[in-house]
Design a protein around this ligand. Structure first.
Ligand code: ATP
Ligand code: MG
Length: 399
């Protein structure tokens, strides 16, 4: 058992000693069986939230209305959720009603895919009521129960299916795939932020093509913001290997470059996807560097403005678009930069005002930009006397 499970065993035993059941459930069980690292340990229990709180001294109500209580133990927090059933789903995304139950089977039945519906006891024994182990073995994504119904209940599950395909190198079973095709339009009912998270996870997966293909063929992409015009590009991405993408910024830089969006069109697209302003700004900066690479205009100023980290991301992505600058070239240019930011300049606005006898105002900013540019390009050395002398000349020319 992974260390995360070992450390949670005393908690599981305490719940059992109080007369209830407790199991590891969800992604951590799936990933453990696959031999992958796990991130969060989810525990499902027959105990009701109030009962959990009687067993443990230190708990936090993190989602008590859904039955989730966090147990604090040796500096760790463990989320335990009472077995529950869900019913209603009139809005295609959320159950109208959540009911706590004592039966593990009922709880596993509401879960999306067989590979996510496994439970594990604290001693490692696996409870497999829906043939999830076979599907894990055979690399298959299959809904628990009838696909059409399960996607109709909650349309986000369709994005989760393609996401898991791209993350795990799994194939979506035929009826499950058909269920997605039949319900794809319901994705419109789902909050963009939730769709975005799944698409980002898909693109950060190791087998992006495997998820991208059903994302396109089932037409799910058509019910995502602003994606309809890009069938050709998305199809191409589902047939070629793409660079390894490690963050949301990398994902969106890649996608928007691939669909040839720039400037305000790019911002508009990303706003439709509700990415953060930071992501938008980073994406535009990374595009500047890729464009410079693609047009042989890469120079110290481009890298200075983007910074090393974003420049390296741009380089990595540019390879896909057949740019031919290596990471080492980027690193060498960055290492040779005389300054890393404006604050490294040996003069500031205050000094310019004092030494040149000029008034505070736009000229000061303008002079600083010119000095910065000249220093970055290696035309001026970054020492006070040189910079003041040059600024004096420019100020005189400007009148
Ligand atoms: P990840 O590795 O990304 O965390 P996960 O499978 O753990 O994957 P979570 O979103 O953390 O995904 O959900 C935990 C578990 O809850 C899932 O494994 C699944 O059993 C259940 N679940 C999550 N979302 C849904 C959903 N939309 N419909 C049904 N069951 C779901
Ligand atoms: Mg999880």
């Amino acid at each position: 058992l992974p260390i995360e499970f070992e450390e949670a065993r005393p908690i599981m035993r305490a719940i059992e000693d109080a007369g209830y059941e407790a199991y590891f459930v969800g992604g951590s069980v799936r990933d453990t069986i696959l031999g992958h690292a796990i991130h969060d340990v989810d525990i499902a229990t027959s105990a009701y939230p109030e009962e959990i709180k009687k067993i443990f001294n230190h708990t936090v109500d993190t989602g008590i209305e859904h039955g989730t209580v966090m147990i604090l133990d040796h500096g760790e927090g463990y989320e335990t959720t009472t077995f529950r059933t869900e019913s209603g789903y009139q809005d295609f995304r959320r159950p109208d009603e959540v009911t706590f139950v004592r039966s593990l089977k009922e709880d596993l039945k509401r879960r999306d895919f067989t590979i996510n519906a496994l439970a594990m006891r604290e001693n490692g024994e696996v409870i497999d009521l829906f043939n999830g182990l076979d599907d894990l073995d055979n690399h298959i994504i299959r809904t628990v129960g009838e696909a059409y119904e399960r996607f109709h209940e909650d349309a986000l599950r369709m994005m989760r299916a393609v996401r898991f395909a791209g993350q795990l190198n799994f194939k979506i079973e035929q009826k499950t795939l058909l269920g997605i095709t039949e319900n794809a339009s319901l994705l419109e009912k789902i909050a963009v932020e939730r769709i975005r998270v799944e698409l980002e996870k898909l693109c950060m997966g190791q087998y992006v093509q495997l998820g991208m293909k059903p994302f396109v063929t089932t037409k799910l992409y058509q019910y995502c913001p602003e994606m309809i015009p890009y069938y050709d590009v998305l199809s191409r991405l589902s047939n070629t290997s793409i660079p390894e993408l490690k963050s949301d910024t990398e994902v969106w830089s890649f996608i928007t470059y691939a669909i040839e969006l720039n400037g305000s069109d790019c911002s508009h697209f990303l706003k439709a996807w509700k990415t953060s302003n930071q992501v938008i700004s980073d994406v535009l900066t990374i595009h500047d560097v890729i464009n410079a690479i693609m047009t042989n205009k890469l120079d110290e100023m481009v890298i200075y403005q983007a910074g090393l980290e974003r420049s390296l991301v741009a380089q990595k992505l540019s390879v896909f678009f057949e740019g031919n600058v290596t990471a080492n070239v980027i690193k060498e240019i960055a290492a040779a930069l005389p300054i890393k930011s404006k604050s490294d300049l040996k003069v500031d606005g205050g000094q310019l005002i004092k030494q040149l006898g000029i008034k505070p105002g736009p000229l000061v900013g303008k002079l600083l930009v010119i000095l910065e540019n000249q220093v970055v390009r290696g035309i001026l050395t970054n020492d006070e006397a040189t910079l003041i002398k040059f600024a004096t000349q420019i100020a005189a020319e400007e009148g």
